[in-house]
Design a protein around this ligand. Structure first.
Ligand code: ADP
Ligand code: UDP
Length: 236
């Protein structure tokens, strides 16, 4: 497959057109951002780690029946993906309280939720990704009711699969963000699943092994990601 011009440069990845109209090449850079892109830093090995991590997780999800955009890893930092028309919302599932829900609802970090929560956030850095609900998605034409229902049910199905996978590695899947898009009319999981977009804590010590190490200046950020990869058997 021939890589053509860069179509979009996001905060962490770049999307390239190819000679195939149905596929993009996604390049994972070492850039790491926090606080809606206000802080950006280069972290060595990050692009490579997240590409391998995401490929491993997406293939596990595909095996479990989730339609995913990832097709082939063509280098340590590059992956061929299906070209999706992205739904401009982030889907967040939480099993344990942390991050924005603590500020918004005034709850302590670390509360185990008997029923996981599901939230939509509009993808818009300038507006700091405000929370939206089904009626906003319908009113502004970002998605149909059927697409909303599919994104919600797939997000919960993914929770069942990944909670178990991380549990076996003595890790707690605290929360995570997913993005979906349309491929030939069908909702499909897009973007990335890596420690950049989820929270993972060691079950015994509650040590954070995800992007909160970067957000909170805890150090050894990529070492944390690599530790998770090692524990779940993901080759890097
Ligand atoms: P951001 O846009 O939030 O800064 P990234 O740096 O990760 O994020 O850039 C990747 C961009 O590519 C995101 O905007 C994401 O929505 C989009 N994207 C992810 N997967 C696909 C896909 N399969 N087809 C088209 N766009 C995608
Ligand atoms: N998340 C993300 N991108 C975003 C916002 C959140 O990947 O733009 C992830 C984040 O890493 C966490 C989950 O979604 O795993 C929930 O994030 P939260 O709403 O708590 O926001 P935060 O305070 O982390 O910005």
């Amino acid at each position: 497959m021939e890589k053509r011009q860069e179509l979009y440069r996001g905060k962490a990845k770049s999307v390239y057109e190819t000679d195939d109209p149905d596929h993009y090449i996604m390049l994972y850079r070492d850039d790491t951002s926090a606080f809606d892109g206000k802080i950006i830093k280069q972290l060595e090995r990050k692009g490579r780690t997240n590409n391998h991590f995401n490929f491993f997780i997406m293939k596990k999800l595909e095996e479990a029946g989730i339609p995913v955009h990832v097709e082939e890893m063509i280098s340590d930092r590059e992956c061929v993906v299906k070209k999706l028309k992205m739904v401009p919302v982030e889907c967040v599932v939480r099993n344990v309280t942390a991050g924005s829900i603590c500020k918004r609802l005034g709850v302590k970090e670390g509360l185990e939720l008997e029923h996981p929560t599901f939230e939509f956030f509009l993808k818009n850095d300038e507006l700091h990704d405000p929370m939206v609900n089904d009626s906003h998605i319908l009113a502004f034409g970002w998605g149909t009711q059927e697409q909303i229902d599919t994104m919600r049910s797939m997000s919960f199905k993914i929770n069942g699969i990944l909670k178990e996978l991380f549990d076996k590695a003595n890790l707690i899947l605290v929360d995570y963000k997913l993005e979906f898009g349309l491929y030939k009319g069908e909702i499909m999981l897009g973007d990335e699943f890596s420690p950049d977009g989820c929270r993972l804590w060691d079950k015994d010590t509650k040590k954070k092994l995800d992007k909160d190490r970067f957000r909170q200046g805890l150090g050894e950020v990529i070492e944390g990601y690599e530790e998770v990869a090692r524990r779940i058997g993901c080759p890097l």
